[in-house]
Design a protein around this ligand. Sequence first.
Ligand code: APR
Length: 314
Amino acid sequence: STRKKIALIGAGNIGGELAALCARKELGDIVLFDIPAKADFAKGKALDLEQNSSVIGYDAKITGSSDWKDCAGADVVIVTAGIPRKPGQSRDDLVATNLPIIRSVAAGVKEHCPDAFVIVISNPLDAMVYELKRATGLPRERVVGMAGVLDSARFQLFLAREANVSIKDVRAMVLGGHGDDMVPVLSATTINGVAATELIAREKLDAIIARTRTGGGEIVKLMGTSAYYAPASAAVAMAEAFLLDQKRLLPSAVYLDGEYGYKDLFMGVPVIIGGRGVEKILEIKLTDDEKVMLAKSAKSVQGITDVVKATPAS
Ligand code: APR
């Protein structure tokens, strides 16, 4: 096929929604990949989604597989392999389980999809995407972590509800690590250009920031597992920016090599995503407060990244 190819590594909750969205947007043919024990599950989900194409009306070949060869030559790889959180767990609690999984995924990507643009969703996000880049040796332009678009979406929703305005008019940006000390950047938060601070009282903003920081945990507590609709849409926005060369400005976890004063670390910052992958890392001006928050977040990310670096291959 001359269509673009999208390999979804992990055919669970997020993987399924990713496939549904990519198919509806006709971004390309789709492979839903999972471990051998879940190969039939992946095949069943793929078949369901192909049958859905007849009702909705989209052209896409959707295949379930546990054979990396089926992912060969993918243009985009989106990684959700791993276990999600259960109530009471932090993202960092997942590292022992998800690190070996990410290492096995990295081996598959390195061998079969060396030219892909890779988006990691598995948690703890910043450490998992760090490991995927390290283990594959892919250039930093082609390995990103999805967190900022989702965290910003949560922030935007709460702002829209508080200000009683359309969600379409709220623009915000959440930077830093994908943890409870993420950094909602108020200086970049507007309601169609009007500073959010002008429309929403400071105490309300503080409460919204607190809710945003634990926004993932709020859903885990309610559902018993982690969110999947908004995480999938957020990753698809990033994939689409690459596949359609949209040059979108999206907060993404990228490998920092001195930007914002951080080195050898993945963390969320504003970047331009286009047909060449991460085409630019933007160093925006932050207030002193925001810099302090970013430093705190970076410290958490460094801690969990150090755990990953110190864990030998099993
Ligand atoms: N290769 C491919 N898939 C794997 C592997 C592997 N080595 N190991 C596990 N998986 C699969 C599981 O079999 C499961 O089908 O990953 C899938 C994960 O799906 P869910 O359990 O439904 O989890 P999901 O909600 O999709 O979240 C996945 O994203 O947001 C993060 O914290 C979340 O780390 C979690 C990940």
